[in-house]
Design a protein around this ligand. Sequence first.
Ligand SMILES: [Zn+2]
Length: 80
Amino acid sequence: MSGYTGDPDAEATHALILNENAIEAARAAIPKGPGSPICLDCGDPIPEARRQAQPGCTFCIECQPRHDKRQHIKMLDRIL
Ligand SMILES: [Zn+2]
């Protein structure tokens, strides 16, 4: 089908960026500093030592890599 210029990928990317903006806005609303005393993902308490080592962290040590990976994939999505 030549002549078709609709690009569903571009729309998906646009939605992703909107979603990321919403996430960033939500993040900005989280006070910086001590972070969250409990993991925002699994609800486990975040040890104080970790919160001091990673000020502002909001995920426990088990959930953090999952979120890092997800962000990484999103970044790749945006680039590609
Ligand atoms: Zn967790």
